[in-house]
Write a protein that binds this ligand. Structure first.
Ligand code: NAD
Ligand code: DAU
Length: 360
């Protein structure tokens, strides 16, 4: 079986659902259930004995060690993290706690477990660490996309904590021989995306007649990847990736934030037309994110060349599916919009002053 951490979050739950749709190998899903963890994402697996959920913190080395001894997984996929840049700006401590100390705790339990395996099991074992393109910092408009040898230059407490976790993983391979791999992926989108991130926030706010907040001038660029393409890439790295290597994963889909928001407004206008005016009328320019990285772009040629993975979804098809999913899953959205979520919206947006309209 495989052991995944953070499997109740956005990417983790998509990975678990995708994994069990592809094969019958059981999954131990270990998650702390922070505000971002949501068991409703896994509702379709409630009666499925291939999915074993355990509540816990990756920083708790003793609990992880006892689970590894009990279930004897052949691989660990570390998806658990604090993942939202804005939250890391307003409260960085939780990011150091989970992304740095937590990864360290998980690695310690893994090292002890792996060291005691037979030689054959040791060779077959994999520790796959799921990381981000944000560790590479920011690009200028004409810079080449990030490759696996781009120097780390994290700019937010989130990306700095992820960079630290990547370094720890690297060191456990080089020093102790743990067969670890790291993936650095660009922005994901799709079903079960918590509506504090740009795409689900815009869809839910638009439907509720609320402002659609654009940070700064909206010309920041992100490289968007449909989440199931990311899941397929992770499966492929687990299957054929070389221990000690890192793989960049991206969608070859660079878009400005304003382009993304306009696309969402236009799809919504077609699928759920507003009675008066257009969803674009709800766009509001607000104070920028401090230290906001201007552009991310991934060069995903290594994973294509060495492992044969390429994204299958175009931005146009993926974004259409995503809007459709949110429109068809209003109960999921309502459930997520609890008191904790409302408090976050107040904390993040009340302090942002509205600005005069920027040009498209
Ligand atoms: P998310 O915030 O939606 O989910 C994180 C999950 O981890 C939640 O279920 C949460 O309960 C769990 N968790 C948090 N702290 C934990 C702890 N100490 N112990 C156990 N579980 C804990 O995040 P996401 O967007 O799904 O991102 C998952 C991973 O992928 C992160 O490592 C992130 O850095 C990386 N990543 C995300 C994106 C993206 O666009 N979302 C892109 C590239 C990489
Ligand atoms: O690049 C990979 C990263 O992508 C992951 O490592 C992170 O976990 C993930 O959250 C995501 O980070 P971003 O900061 O790029 O995602 P977010 O959805 O928060 O913001 C996307 C862009 O939209 C960013 O330039 C900020 C902008 N934005 C965001 C929000 C929430 C707005 O303009 N307005 C908003 O209200």
């Amino acid at each position: 079986m495989i052991f995944i951490t953070g499997g109740a979050g956005f990417i983790g739950s998509n990975f678990v659902l995708d994994w069990l749709s592809q094969n019958d190998e059981p999954v131990i899903n270990f998650d702390k259930l922070t505000y971002a963890g949501n068991m409703n994402n896994l509702a379709s697996l409630r009666q499925d004995s291939r999915h074993i959920f355990v509540h816990g913190d990756i920083a708790d080395t003793a609990q992880v060690a006892s689970l590894l001894a009990q279930y004897k997984p052949r691989a660990i996929i570390n998806v658990a993290a604090e993942s939202h840049v804005d939250r890391s700006i307003l409260g960085p401590a939780a990011f150091v706690e989970t992304n740095v100390n937590g990864t360290f705790g998980l690695l310690e339990a893994t090292r002890a477990y792996w060291s005691a395996l037979t030689n054959a099991d040791k060779t077959a074992f994999r520790f796959l660490h799921v990381s981000t393109d944000e560790v590479y910092g920011t690009l200028g408009p004409d810079d080449a996309p990030f490759t696996e040898s781009t120097r780390y230059a994290p700019n937010s407490p989130y990306s700095a904590s992820k960079a630290a976790s990547d370094h720890l993983v690297r060191s456990y391979h080089h020093t102790y021989g743990v067969p670890a791999l790291t993936t650095n992926c660009s922005n994901n989108y799709g079903p079960y995306h918590f509506p504090e991130k740009l795409i689900p926030l815009i869809i839910t706010n638009a439907r509720e007649g609320k402002p659609l907040p654009i940070y700064g001038d909206g010309q920041q660029v992100r490289d968007w990847l449909y989440v199931t393409d990311h899941c397929a890439a992770l499966r492929r790295v687990l299957e054929a990736g070389k221990p000690g290597e890192t793989y960049n994963i991206g969608g070859w889909n660079e878009k400005t934030n304003l382009h993304v928001v306009h696309a969402l407004c236009d799809i919504l206008q077609r699928l759920a037309p507003k009675a008066h005016g257009s969803y674009r009328d709800q766009i509001v320019y607000v104070t920028d994110r401090p230290g906001h990285d201007r552009r991310y772009a991934i060069d995903a040629r290594k994973i294509e060349r060495e492992l044969g993975w390429r994204p299958t979804e175009s931005f146009e098809s993926g974004i259409q599916k995503t809007v459709q999913w949110y429109l068809s899953n209003q109960d999921w959205v309502r459930d997520v919009q609890s008191g904790v979520y409302l408090k976050w919206l107040e904390k993040n947006y009340m302090q942002r002053e509205a600005k005069p309209e920027a040009s498209d």
